[in-house]
Design a protein around this ligand. Structure first.
Ligand code: GTP
Ligand code: SPV
Ligand code: MN
Length: 582
């Protein structure tokens, strides 16, 4: 018996499914599963004329976003999980959580889902196996990962797969746990049917477990998009950008360049997760470990993200959207007029109160259907980065774009990013929290050690990418966005890449280099001078509050925080003091 078969047998012995089905990922199998899911009500068909092959899934009403308070890192020692993670000892996990799996699959089928993260044969490639009692999970994993036979072939008799156990359980939040064991590299998830909690290849493996692997093996697992920017002279550059959940990664990665006629072209490599490793050439190389998108629907239209609209036009799974009586999906911010009659995301007639689609409603669709994919998106070696961006959603404080002075200052910039919370996770939407590298909910070990790992990466990079802060969400006194955002964000990207080339002019501020007047390409963009000035300004008083808040945040980590970061903080404050009156 192969190791994977032995493990499956053991889990089946505990969870007691009626049957065990190994998934091969084939077209025929998928058709069979979809039909079954349509029959049992897990999925329903959307209008097949407009959306061939598309289905709708509704999650339970209390199960619509990641639940960070029910997500645990179960390392032997609490300090290895660190102050920003919930911790449960492995013994407590056995005692409190494991019993929830006993007999949980009685009367259900257990599907065995083997999958690859990263292209097969790539040095980045890793193997996972998820067992689940949800056909929704199977159908999603087939899109999001390289699932089925390819993974079984790669797996062979190997033991080094990451096992993940998922059961929807009874969906009670009292019995919902998302457990990670970074030392033994395994995952348990029970009591949820929502994306990030149950598609174990995504946040659980590709970020939380992979970040711990990366620490041990010398690479990084990051909550980043990857895009390709081609300049008019034909030079090709790759950019990785970390923004917190629902802060614009998918939109940036799939943007349509408004300057394509001038030779500025953007293509997509990934929209949510990047695995980064130093190459023998001293550059930092990136792959997208996924093969599909689990993207936010509200606000997505032909105007904001036509590439996404085309990507989920067919063969997509739409979760928690509203539908017309004909089964045409609808969400707030979709193109065209709102249909007069809608069933809301809960399945009830929509009475106009509250949103019709859930604000965190999402599409699952294959990257192969995305018109903007770069020809190199599955390159086994990955793509070399020129630029790393750390962004946040901030109404004030954070300028549109600012370049870090050097690698250490860039790690400081990433480690101190604050962002307003969004609907992607259960919590207080709109409140600013520190979200280092957009990884606060996703780092599988002590974040102080993670900062140290980032700092040390520099020793292996003789040609490091440049690092930047960015913020597309600055607002005026009336709450209106000062920056048009979406495709126009290319202006900031071009400036960043031109900084890497040593071409663009900059102005030094206490928090980094910002674009000098006229150095941002604003060709064809209608933006007021005073808006631009605010966007590129550094408000000293606001930044003093910011540094005070950062100091408090750093104190959480005690002695474990790398001293470089407090030194960077001190230097930032000194620069703010020195430049007062300018
Ligand atoms: P996750 O999948 O949760 O990790 O999110 P993401 O970072 O990929 O976010 P996404 O691109 O889906 O954007 C989330 C929301 O922000 C959507 O409603 C977008 O319409 C909106 N958004 C994206 N980019 C911009 C921008 O440049 N400006 C403004 N104002 N809104 C944006
Ligand atoms: C996020 O919340 O950052 C997502 C969606 O990308 S989920 O897969 O649910 O985590
Ligand atoms: Mn995400």
């Amino acid at each position: 018996m192969k190791p994977v078969e032995r493990w499956v047998e053991e889990i089946a012995g505990e969870t007691k499914p009626d049957r065990v089905v190994y998934c091969d990922g084939s077209e025929a199998e998928n058709e069979r599963f979809i039909k079954q899911a349509l029959d049992d009500g897990t999925l329903s068909l959307l209008d097949q004329k407009q959306h061939p092959g598309c289905t709708l899934h509704r999650t339970h009403q209390n199960d619509v976003a990641r639940t960070e308070h029910l997500t645990f890192i179960s390392s032997k020692k609490q300090e290895d999980a660190g102050p920003t993670n919930n911790w449960m000892s492995p013994a407590d996990a056995r005692a409190r959580v494991w019993p929830l799996f006993r007999g949980v699959m009685k009367g259900r089928t257990m599907y065995v889902v083997p999958y690859l993260l990263g292209p097969a044969g790539s040095p980045f490639c890793r193997i996972g196996v998820e067992v689940t009692d949800s056909l929704y999970v199977v159908a999603n994993m087939r899109i999001m990962t390289r699932m089925g036979q390819a993974a079984l072939d790669e797996l062979g008799s190997r033991e080094d797969f990451v096992p993940g156990i998922h059961s929807t359980g009874d969906l009670s939040p009292d019995r919902r746990f998302i457990m990670h064991f970074p030392e033994e590299r395994s995952i348990w998830s029970v009591g949820s049917g929502y994306g990030g909690n149950v598609l174990l290849g995504k946040k659980c493996f590709a970020l939380r477990i992979a970040s711990a692997m990366g620490r041990d093996e010398g690479w990084l697992a990051e909550h980043m998009l990857i895009l390709e920017l081609t300049l008019p002279d034909g030079d090709v550059h790759y950019v990785a950008a970390a923004f917190p959940s629902a802060c614009g990664k998918t939109n940036l990665a799939m943007m349509v360049s408004p300057l394509e006629h001038l030779g500025y072209k953007v293509r997509t490599v990934g929209d949510d997760i990047a695995w980064l490793r130093p190459g023998s050439d001293g550059r930092l190389w990136a792959v997208n470990p996924e093969s599909g998108f689990f993207g936010v629907l509200p606000g997505t239209s032909a105007a904001t993200n036509p590439n996404a609209v085309e990507t989920f036009r067919k063969n997509a799974i739409l979760t928690n959207v509203a539908v017309t009586p004909e089964g045409v999906p609808w969400w707030e911010g979709k193109d065209g007029a709102r249909p007069p009659v809608l069933t809301d995301w809960k399945g009830s007639p929509w009475n106009g109160e509250g949103p019709a689609a859930h604000p965190n409603s999402r599409f699952t669709a294959s990257a192969r259907q995305c018109p903007s994919m770069s020809p190199r998106w599955e390159d086994p070696q990955g793509v070399p980065l020129s630029v790393i961006v750390f962004g946040g959603r901030r109404a004030s404080v954070l300028p549109l774009v600012a370049q870090a002075f050097d690698w250490e200052n860039g790690v400081f910039a990433g480690a101190t990013i604050g962002s307003e919370m969004t609907v992607a996770a259960f919590g207080k939407v709109g409140t600013v929290r520190r979200d280092p590298m957009a990884m606060l909910p996703f780092c599988g070990y002590n974040m102080a050690d993670y900062f140290g790992h980032w700092l040390r990466m520099k020793d292996r990079l003789s040609r490091p990418p440049l690092m930047f802060r960015a913020n597309w969400f600055r607002r005026d006194a009336d709450g209106r966005y000062l920056w048009p955002g979406f495709g126009q964000n290319i202006r900031a990207l071009i400036w960043m890449v031109e900084r890497f080339q040593g071409k663009a002019e900059a102005r030094e501020t206490p928090v980094g280099f910002v674009p000098a007047p006229k150095s941002l390409n604003l060709d064809g963009l209608d933006i007021r001078d005073d808006a631009l000035e605010t966007l590129l300004s550094v408000d000293h008083d606001a930044w003093r509050h910011e540094t005070a808040d950062i100091r408090l945040f750093f104190q959480k980590f005690g002695d474990r925080l790398p001293p470089e970061l407090n030194r960077q903080l001190d230097e930032t404050e000194r620069r703010l003091d020195r430049s007062e009156g300018f």
